[in-house]
Design a protein around this ligand. Sequence first.
Ligand SMILES: Nc1nc2c(c(=O)[nH]1)N[C@H]1C(S)=C(S)[C@@H](COP(=O)(O)OP(=O)(O)OC[C@H]3O[C@@H](n4cnc5c(=O)[nH]c(N)nc54)[C@H](O)[C@@H]3O)O[C@H]1N2
Ligand SMILES: Nc1nc2c(c(=O)[nH]1)N[C@H]1C(S)=C(S)[C@@H](COP(=O)(O)OP(=O)(O)OC[C@H]3O[C@@H](n4cnc5c(=O)[nH]c(N)nc54)[C@H](O)[C@@H]3O)O[C@H]1N2
Ligand code: SF4
Ligand SMILES: [Mo]
Length: 737
Amino acid sequence: MSEPETRVHHRTCPLCEATCGLELTVLGDRITRVRGDREDVFSKGFICPKGASLGHLVHDPDRLRTPLVRRDGELVPASWDEAFAAVAEGFGRIWADGDRNAVAIYLGNPNAHTVAGTMFGRPLIQSFGTRNLFSASTVDQMPKHVSAGLMFGNPGAIPVPDLDRTAYLLMLGANPVESNGSLCTAPDFPGRLAAIRERGGQVVVVDPRRTRTAELADRHVAIRPGTDALWLAALVTEVANLGPLDLGNLEGLAVGADEAVAALAPFDADSVAAHTRVPADETRRVAAELAAAPTAAVYGRIGTHTTELGTTASWLVDLLNALTGNLDREGGAMFPTPAAGRPDRPGGPKAGKGFRTGRWHSRVSGHPEVRGELPVAALAEEITTPGPGQVRGLLTVAGNPVRSCPDSDALDAALGSLEFMVSVDIYLNETSRHADVVLPSPSPVAKPHFDLAFHGLSVRNVVNYSPPLWPADAPGEPGLDEHEILARLALIASGMGPEADPEVVYDLMAGQLAAGAGLEADAEADAARAATRPPAERLIDLVVRSGAYPDLDIDVLLAHPHGIDRGPLRPRVASVLRTESARVELAPEPLLADVARLVERLATEPEDGLLLVGRRHLRSNNSWMHNVGVLTKGRVRCTLQVHPDDAARRGLVDGGTASVRSASGAVEALVEVTADVAPGTVSLPHGWGHDAPGTRMSVAAATTGPNSNVLTPAEPVDPLSGNARLNAIPVEVVPAG
Ligand SMILES: Nc1nc2c(c(=O)[nH]1)N[C@H]1C(S)=C(S)[C@@H](COP(=O)(O)OP(=O)(O)OC[C@H]3O[C@@H](n4cnc5c(=O)[nH]c(N)nc54)[C@H](O)[C@@H]3O)O[C@H]1N2
Ligand SMILES: Nc1nc2c(c(=O)[nH]1)N[C@H]1C(S)=C(S)[C@@H](COP(=O)(O)OP(=O)(O)OC[C@H]3O[C@@H](n4cnc5c(=O)[nH]c(N)nc54)[C@H](O)[C@@H]3O)O[C@H]1N2
Ligand code: SF4
Ligand SMILES: [Mo]
């Protein structure tokens, strides 16, 4: 027997949107060390505790390594063939009644990080043929897609703040020092923020909590939760009052500036002050700074999006970027040029098809479809409300909606009532415990990695590909790659049966990609290349060869394990525009119409009770990394933060227990008294509450803290995007017991 060899492997971290390069030291089949890859062209050695714990995740004994099938009520190990046969049988029974909508799909957040999710999601969805498609997007960024769809005709055209060149960053509802950034891929976000100040620029953070990001900033504006849209509307008016608007690069390319400004006239620094609790002077100061800065970017994230005015707020963010001449300019808010995206279009903008929602509606509450999805806040009622079209079966892929979605106790019960459920996951957790078949995905290092989603949201044009460190059938891995699992589910849903060859799906996808890219001429050469490489690499090769940098192909990517840098972002709005007018729509009709809701809000008495917001911690990741002991050890992270004045008034003490009640439910939580939250705001992080029976996450089960989404009512959602309101939830807090 030979001694195992030490080797070094470089790959992109799949755990958050920052896409850091990792350097893994591997001894035999063990990852013994994870460091930041200093040669990574983008992250240059930056790493956070989650990335550093990747080996622990890979070797977690609780991670599923074999399919599970429910027999006599118990989930028991099964072979892949048995598991796929059980899927075909279970969903087949429901489909046999003739209603494809009776089987729903929920796609969770990690799908944005996997080749399986980003590339095989579409064939999977098409094969299921269900209108009951749900995802984590409607507890996250759907408002941004809708505002981008309405403004640019292209829901994928999301402007990102040009962090490395901006002179002024106005950041709302985001805490990148903990989250490492979102809809703004920027490894070492904290370092990039510090650099803005080092080069003489300014950072202003708007958040009801004094976050670690706020501590890094020049100023912190402690806004009242749920009022960003009002405040942003006031900024528009104040900016317009400062003098004639100069749209910069958008001049001649945009329409609607005057209409938008006129519609927002009721909002100004004074009129919104009582609602937002931002002093009028502060609002006017920010407007003046924004207008005067040589370059500036307004950036809003989770706290701004996950409210019932999320789409409107999201529009106002980019309206401000446009009205200050900062949209599509260096140092402003810009559109990346991803390797997998289309190259720049010569000859200016062309009219497109525009963007529409509501091609169908949810059965029970009539929510409009958005990008083919229905609001996940409505999933429970679609399962529990009887009648034609009722959801009786569910497929979840990389999601834990029972912890991450609104009214989660109701959703938990609803999942328990399904006729048949399948989960593709790496753990048996609060959601997958309800499944009749659990299909385990391999660990992140046993999969190919290509950031199809995040290259397009990145503050530099960067591309990299990481091949698997070891195959999906290596020791300690479940056997099938995740894209093969999804391909086989798609074949089952297409009626081709549980034994059909996934090559059918790969060939079909390759054919479609080649045709779409005009690469058919290469078909023969392709087939020869295809025979020599794994299916994911064959598809990524096609995507990249037909993309923005046609000199790239999979061989070039494989030869650059530290990534390829194609430089800073370039102005390119004309290339991303797909509006019918071939112009940037600064005052799209549905958003102008929605100003009525904003006006109504201004007219109502400001809410003066306690409002609940969430928060993220650097060592946590939504609901699913709590089984990694090196991350969860130490002090309890799931605490209810309460301002000292609010605590005193209610008799709450630091270290005591509070009972928190909202319209949807109640939980008990450990109290942390801190002036970091604004008076009137309390904060509880999401993704906790790991005491449910039937899970197999032994480390997580020993953690303390409730599931905050028991407190999140399913309604109201943001009517334009269907996004849930996860923040600014009215709650009552009293000492427990
Ligand atoms: N109150 C409140 N709720 C929130 C939020 C908030 O700020 N406040 N944030 C929301 C946001 S932004 C999001 S994105 C959602 C997330 O919502 P979800 O995606 O539903 O929840 P996660 O906790 O990310 O669960 C991810 C699941 O994927 C599994 N998993 C991890 N890696 C893989 C993989 O490679 N393959 C497969 N098949 N499975 C994998 C994990 O075990 C876990 O079950 O939560 C939302 N919920
Ligand atoms: N460590 C860690 N990193 C993560 C994740 C994680 O769970 N943990 N999750 C990943 C995911 S899925 C996402 S989407 C990103 C999210 O990344 P971010 O958007 O940075 O999300 P958060 O860190 O939750 O920051 C949201 C902030 O909004 C504030 N807030 C709440 N309500 C309001 C409001 O009404 N107005 C304003 N202005 N602010 C408000 C909260 O106090 C909080 O500080 O993070 C990703 N990265
Ligand atoms: S910041 Fe995100 S991408 Fe970078 S190491 Fe941490 S989890 Fe991974
Ligand atoms: Mo998210």
